[in-house]
Design a protein around this ligand. Structure first.
Ligand SMILES: NC(=O)C1=CN([C@@H]2O[C@H](COP(=O)(O)OP(=O)(O)OC[C@H]3O[C@@H](n4cnc5c(N)ncnc54)[C@H](OP(=O)(O)O)[C@@H]3O)[C@@H](O)[C@H]2O)C=CC1
Ligand SMILES: O=C(O)[C@@H]1CCC=N1
Length: 279
């Protein structure tokens, strides 16, 4: 448990909520958390009601009370946010950036001083304590800063410490990853309707299939392809189904998807740098 440090979340969207839901169960008390956004007051009140966190009238006031500042706005909004909070930063706050593609160096530059920054890429499964998070420290982040970030994210799932250059790939893989699984489930639900199953029958079967397969992957030391073959009887239904996935180049599509998401992370970082250079 965090020793009473104040954590300010600047940004109150889906990722901020997932983190609040997870960390207020195990990392800190709800009242240690203060949340601010740009304009959506109703959203802040909703978070306060749901999790018992404090809300601030603006980002500056949240930041000036904080030991740890979590940047949870979209990358395009970070310049404005940093401009607002920088004058209010205390002596030694730790900045924890969740922003896809944005380097610790860019955050340091926006802060205009040698400030400890840890860049993290969690995912929204933090809300149920199952995030897959990777973190990397910036130039001024000491071992203890990385350790605090690790402890925080361990309360909402597993944490890997990686070289910062790997965070683009992590973003394409596991940051966006839950959406790929939800997309698969959407397709399975549509297929179930097509083949005549009622949603109330199909939905729990789909969910349990996903959970069961994930648990099998976790519990077994077999390669996924071996587990797949164990389902696939020669001449049976699975072989027929997988044959269609192969025709549609399913694996190639997934690989291209993750490569594109990774490249997009790089683009987001570069676009922000270009915008800063122009300003
Ligand atoms: N969603 C995800 O699965 C993941 C997201 N991330 C990263 O987390 C960050 C947030 O993503 P997400 O939660 O999806 O975004 P959302 O669009 O859901 O939320 C963005 C939030 O930022 C606030 N905001 C915007 N500008 C400012 C500002 N200048 N000062 C204070 N608050 C501001 C918005 O407030 P308002 O509504 O008032 O404008 C809003 O609360 C992104 O950088 C993303 O890359 C990382 C991992 C996973
Ligand atoms: O889509 C995005 O840009 C963010 C980063 C990872 C997940 N959501």
């Amino acid at each position: 448990m965090n020793n009473g440090q104040t954590i300010a979340l600047i940004g109150a969207g889906s990722m901020a909520e997932a983190l609040i839901a997870g960390m207020t169960k195990a990392f800190c008390r709800p009242t240690d958390v203060i949340v601010a956004n740009r304009q959506n007051r109703a959203r802040l009140e909703e978070l306060a009601r749901r999790y018992g966190v404090r809300v601030a009238p603006n980002a500056r006031e949240a930041a000036e009370q904080a030991d740890i500042i979590v940047l949870a706005m979209k990358p395009k909004d970070v310049v404005e946010a940093m401009h607002t909070i920088t004058p209010a930063l205390g002596a030694t706050p730790l900045i924890l950036s969740l922003l896809a593609g944005v380097t610790t160096e860019t955050i340091e530059r926006l802060a205009g001083r040698d400030i400890p920054v840890v860049r993290a890429m969690p995912n929204t499964s933090a809300a149920v304590g199952l995030s897959a998070t990777a973190i990397a420290g910036g130039r001024f982040a000491a071992k203890e800063h990385l350790e605090v970030a690790k402890q925080l994210f361990e309360t909402v799932g597993i944490v890997a410490v990686v070289p910062e250059r790997d965070l683009h790939a992590v973003t394409g893989l596991s940051g966006s990853g839950p959406a790929y699984v939800y997309y698969l489930v959407e397709a399975m639900e549509r297929a179930a309707a097509d083949i005549g199953l009622e949603p109330e029958v199909a939905k729990p079967l789909i969910l349990q299939t996903i959970i069961g397969a994930a648990e099998m992957l976790k519990a077994s030391d077999k390669h996924p392809s071996v587990l797949r073959r164990e389902v696939t009887s020669p001449g049976g239904t699975t072989e027929a189904g997988i044959g269609v996935l192969e025709q549609y180049r399913f694996q190639e599509a997934v690989i291209a998807c993750i490569r594109r998401a990774t490249a997009r992370s790089e683009e987001l970082g570069s676009a922000l740098l270009a915008a800063i250079a122009e300003a």
